[in-house]
Design a protein around this ligand. Sequence first.
Ligand SMILES: [Zn+2]
Length: 55
Amino acid sequence: MKATCPICKITFELPDDVVDGEIVEHDCGVTLEVKLVNGEVVLKPLEGVYEDWGE
Ligand SMILES: [Zn+2]
């Protein structure tokens, strides 16, 4: 299962049994939360909370 790191933009391989909400660390040092959206893997950085507060 491939995913792209939102920080360094490198595509890397996740375990096939990765689950929604799992926390993974990428080689670049960022901590990422796994989100499964429509069968696609989306990675959200945990460090620095990128909350969208809206306008
Ligand atoms: Zn990375």
